[in-house]
Design a protein around this ligand. Structure first.
Ligand SMILES: *[C@@H]1O[C@H](CO)[C@@H](O)[C@H](O)[C@H]1NC(C)=O
Ligand SMILES: *[C@@H]1O[C@H](CO)[C@@H](O)[C@H](O)[C@H]1NC(C)=O
Ligand SMILES: *[C@@H]1O[C@H](CO)[C@@H](O)[C@H](O)[C@H]1NC(C)=O
Ligand SMILES: *[C@@H]1O[C@H](CO)[C@@H](O)[C@H](O)[C@H]1NC(C)=O
Ligand SMILES: *[C@@H]1O[C@H](CO)[C@@H](O)[C@H](O)[C@H]1NC(C)=O
Ligand SMILES: *[C@@H]1O[C@H](CO)[C@@H](O)[C@H](O)[C@H]1NC(C)=O
Length: 676
């Protein structure tokens, strides 16, 4: 029959037509003639170095021949489905952040007269950057904040740009792990190879941009996926290539490998033959070489062998860490040696204290002389667990707030996990409140300031960071006081980290007795409201100078909340005030703090204020409703029930003292199960 034959003939011809115009190439490393270099770019060991770390330079590297971006049929002029895969590397010059970034560029020409460095990336300048007839398409990998003083808010983004550098869409660099919706953030300027894929579907007009560290396969879900009309933008022939620039901040920018297909899927790159990036961190092979060297030398001189034996033993102890490739991607990773030296070998004299998660040592980093606190946690993570754990810590390491004890980094060694925090000189709030050193009693003004600070820190965790971070273990011993007597919240996110541990049902810490919201005790599910509950207990502790659990002469051990609520009902709320304050406090503020504490500890999670509302009350922006609004019966019943519930763990006690009961009793979810 004739029709099938003619159809297949047309198909064949179509294929022939599109084939003849499609361009496909693969460079697993480059040689001199592969690309047309311009500006300060240069070929280094099979890699294209677009810029060195000199200030205010740019470099470009383009495929030397034009690319045909349309496939013509008799009836239509169709833009082709092009795709590219490449590996780049950005290494900042110093320890500070570098700049400015790399752009994959499709342009009508390889010449960009008058182009400037900095955020113009060697493509445009101030007089033509707004020109609608630039006909530029760029995917930008941006490492510097701010374009024109403002728009880009974060300096670690992937952006899609048409004609100018104002991205029509941008996303912080991240990738989706296969099969999950969770985004993994990572740093572009890590000094490690990073893969990018740009796929454009000509028929549907959808552009996909995907990035991932070189250790990962191509994520099935792209970071950016959006419709984009390139039909009007692209000319018949366009040039494709890369451009990068430095400004006042500098990085060296490299392209290590590149494949492209003008009509179809870009060929896979062979990552095993990537050019060696010029500035890698300790790589396994260099360690091997050191090993071999040591072996050879020791064979020569016996005496040397003995000496070397000790050296090697020493180094094994300090330096040897079995780094896996993914660990090199972690900018917050510390070396064990540094931490070992910093804490004088985790000597007891450097011990600052022991918390629920582990011992804390004071340290002085040998490289910078900075004071840090190093928390040593025993962990029994599998390798896989460690990797997720590390990703989580990397993400927590980016949290920055003046009222948080910032996490500077981490280190893993055998079964120990070490977390490095800012060192906070004045110790924890609970010791200042309950065991004041001679003469150092916190004034009301200081206490109020600390409470406001902690509210601000929690507000940041709950609402102001890119993802909601639930603290889960707010308590006075987790509040540290800095040199200016500001409160800083520590240990945030740790409880969540513990979820990644294997055997989490036995090590899972859900909080501290006296701070656990009723719904948390029942379901084991932490939320921002359960954090608010714990913050409420903190408010009451600071105002009353008493721990979260008090001993009542008649009732034995009860929750501080229950005790204060009963005083409030009897109209004697000020009886709860810390006697150490004498009359040195503002009555209105004190009443507000105690009342707010009771509100935060409402047994019904939804009735509690949010951290934002709490901050408004503390700043005097809003007036707190009267405590008669608490619904006294429901409230008291629930608190009394909590107290009884807690009694199961603490045991009844007949001590008559109302002061400073221990609140640092932790329990695991399994013990909660047992308690019900
Ligand atoms: C450059 O690379 C091409 C393939 O990419 C190869 O055919 C050619 O021989 C190389 N030239 C040199 C001088 O290495
Ligand atoms: C496709 O058609 C356009 C005009 O519609 C023409 O300019 C162009 O040269 C054609 N391209 C090819 C490869 O035939
Ligand atoms: C060209 O585009 C038209 C619609 O715009 C579509 O129907 C046709 O199949 C396309 N042809 C090719 C060869 O992609
Ligand atoms: C900007 O570039 C255009 C050409 O693209 C050039 O004519 C112009 O002189 C340049 N302007 C400056 C200020 O360098
Ligand atoms: C935009 O660029 C085109 C070609 O580069 C030039 O002819 C035109 O004058 C420019 N327009 C403006 C407003 O600068
Ligand atoms: C772009 O991403 C979407 C969503 O994952 C996918 O369905 C589509 O096939 C992708 N298109 C291309 C050209 O890769």
């Amino acid at each position: 029959m004739a029709p099938p034959i003619s159809i297949s003939l047309v198909f064949f011809l179509l294929c022939l037509v599109s084939k003849s115009h499609s361009l496909e190439f693969t460079f697993n490393g480059f040689n001199q003639s592969d690309l047309r270099l311009a500006g300060d770019s240069a070929m280094k060991d099979r890699a294209v170095r677009l810029t060195s770390t000199t200030k205010n330079i740019f470099g470009r590297a383009f495929y030397p021949s034009p690319v045909q971006f349309f496939t013509n049929t008799s009836s239509a002029r169709n833009i082709s489905s092009f795709s590219t895969h490449f590996v780049f590397l950005i290494a900042p010059s110093g320890s500070s952040r570098g700049g400015h970034g790399i752009a994959f560029t499709v342009a009508p020409s390889m010449e960009f007269p008058g182009a400037k460095a900095g955020h113009y990336l060697g493509i445009l300048n101030e007089s033509n950057e707004e020109n609608k007839s630039n006909r530029l398409f760029m995917v930008e990998f941006d490492t510097v904040n701010g374009y024109k003083e403002a728009s880009d808010s974060e300096g670690n983004q992937v952006g899609v740009n048409v004609n100018n550098f104002l991205s029509i869409e941008s996303e912080p660099a991240a990738y989706y792990r296969d099969g999950t919706d969770r985004k993994r953030d990572f740093r572009l300027e890590s000094g490690n190879p990073i893969q990018a894929w740009i796929d454009f579907d000509g028929l549907s007009g959808v552009l996909n941009v995907t990035v991932a560290p070189d250790s990962e396969p191509k994520p099935s879900r792209p970071l950016i996926s959006r419709p984009l009309s390139l039909n009007q933008l692209f000319l018949e022939n366009m040039y494709v290539g890369f451009s990068a620039a430095t400004g006042e901040k500098t990085s060296s920018h490299y392209i290590l490998a590149w494949s492209f297909n003008s009509n179809g899927i870009a060929p896979e790159l062979d990552l095993s033959t990537l050019p060696i990036p010029p500035k890698v961190k300790k790589s396994p092979s260099s360690r091997l070489r050191i090993h071999a060297l040591i072996g050879a030398l020791s064979a020569v001189v016996l005496l040397l062998l003995v000496a070397l034996f000790f050296v090697v033993m020493y180094r094994r102890r300090l330096v040897f860490e079995s780094l896996e490739d993914w660990e090199l991607d972690c900018p917050h990773r510390f070396s064990y040696k540094d931490l070992y030296l910093a804490t004088k070998g985790f000597r007891n004299s450097e011990l600052l204290g022991k918390g629920g998660f582990g011992a804390v040592y004071k340290g002085v980093l040998p490289s910078t002389g900075a004071e840090v606190a190093v928390k040593k946690i025993g962990s029994n993570n599998s390798r896989q667990g460690m990797r997720e754990f590390a990703a989580e810590i990397e993400s927590l390491g980016r949290l920055r707030h003046k009222n948080l004890v910032n996490l500077q980094g981490w280190c893993k060694r055998e079964n120990d996990l070490l977390l490095v925090y800012d060192y906070i000189p004045n110790g924890s709030l609970d010791s200042l409140l309950f065991k004041p050193r001679s003469g150092l009693i916190l004034t009301w003004e200081q206490r109020y300031n600390i409470l406001k600070g902690i509210a601000a820190g929690l507000l940041y965790l709950h609402e102001e960071w890119t993802q909601v971070v639930i603290h889960r273990d707010i308590k006075s011993s987790n509040v540290l006081i800095d040199g200016d007597m500001n409160g800083r919240l520590g240990d945030f996110g740790l409880a969540r980290l513990y979820d990644h541990q294997e055997n989490s049902h036995t090590t899972h810490v859900v909080g501290t007795i006296g701070y656990i919201a009723p719904e948390l005790a029942q379901t084991g599910k932490a939320s921002t409201s359960s954090d608010v509950f714990a913050y409420g207990v903190l408010l009451l502790e600071v105002a009353s100078g008493r721990g979260s659990v008090v001993s009542d002469p008649n009732k034995g051990r009860i929750m501080l909340v229950e005790w204060i609520f009963e005083l409030a009902q009897a109209g004697r709320i000020l009886d709860a005030v810390d006697l150490k304050l004498g009359s040195g406090y503002d009555v209105k503020e004190m009443e507000m703090v105690l009342g707010l504490g009771l509100f935060c500890c409402h047994p019904i999670a939804d009735a509690r204020p949010t951290m934002r509302q709490i901050a408004r009350y503390l700043n005097g922006d809003d007036l707190l409703p009267g405590i008669d609004k608490l619904g006294s019966d429901v409230y008291l019943n629930a608190q009394a029930k909590m107290s009884r519930f807690m009694g199961v763990f603490l045991g009844e006690s007949n001590t008559t003292s109302l002061h400073g009961s221990s609140s640092a009793v932790e329990m695991s979810s399994s013990s909660i199960q047992g308690g019900r």
